[in-house]
Design a protein around this ligand. Structure first.
Ligand SMILES: [Zn+2]
Length: 248
């Protein structure tokens, strides 16, 4: 039996949190799309914070080249070839047995995104590609669910919180998906393991805040862990946005 007061004592001391905030987290549900570097940190932070239900979707198996940044996995998982979502489903309850983990070994597509999004409170982007981010964006607008965009490359990262009907969406920021091969990728630029930890933590913070009723962060947060720069860039909502423009 989990003693709530003992487990979350330091968290419940936070301003605007308390036992009420903790109860809201326990009743909350989050979809994490992807279980790589970002999903590793988000899922652990949210489970430990006391979020009641997590759905984690990923189709891949961990590889040795993932281990420098994907902190949910270890060498034994690589050797066993167990899918990342399955490993998450097995390991996360060890951090907090009261969390319900709905881990799915699945590729997110246009035909399943609505079902994945429909019954959660909010969505965290832990993907590594824009195609899936646009699927998340459009589904979240259709279902009126907040979601948090996050991306990492080399030592830098970005994150933006999207509240359908209120804040700019991903298509307001980037109207068209970048053409394949035109964006820098981890394959060419690499990635430092600490960058996704920071971006994943920023996204998880937004999830916790939204679940307890806090004010979402505005604008596009850009970071560089190497130079130590953190900036919030204002983003304007596009009245003619193909995704969110008609819903105003
Ligand atoms: Zn938009």
């Amino acid at each position: 039996m989990v003693n709530i007061n003992e487990r979350y004592a330091k968290q419940m001391l936070l301003k605007d949190f308390g036992p009420e905030g903790q109860k809201k987290l326990a009743g909350g549900s989050v979809l994490i799309v992807g279980c790589g570097a970002l999903g590793s940190i988000q899922s652990q932070l949210l489970v430990r914070a006391g979020v009641g239900r997590l759905r984690i979707v990923d189709r891949d198996v961990p590889e040795i080249g993932n281990l420098h940044r994907q902190i949910l996995f270890d060498e034994a998982d690589v050797e066993a070839g167990t899918p990342k979502a399955e490993v998450a489903g097995r390991k996360l309850p060890g951090a907090n047995s009261s969390a319900v983990i709905d881990a799915r070994v699945l590729e997110v597509t246009a035909s399943n995104i609505d079902d994945l999004v429909a019954d959660v409170d909010l969505v965290l982007d832990a993907t590594d590609n824009f195609e899936t981010r646009y699927l998340i964006n459009d589904a979240c607008i259709r279902h009126d669910k907040p979601w948090v965009y996050g991306g990492v490359i080399a030592t830098s990262g970005m994150s933006m919180t999207i509240i359908p009907g209120k804040s700019p969406c991903l298509r307001c920021l980037f109207p068209e998906p970048p053409a394949p091969g035109t964006m820098p990728s981890m394959e060419t630029e690499g990635v430092l393991g600490t960058a996704p930890v920071i971006v994943g933590a920023l996204e998880a913070t937004e999830a916790i805040k939204l679940l307890v009723g806090g004010k979402p962060r505005e604008g596009l947060m850009t970071i560089d862990v190497w130079t130590g720069s953190f900036q919030a860039v204002p983003v304007i909502r596009d009245e003619n946005c193909p995704a969110c423009g008609q819903t105003r």
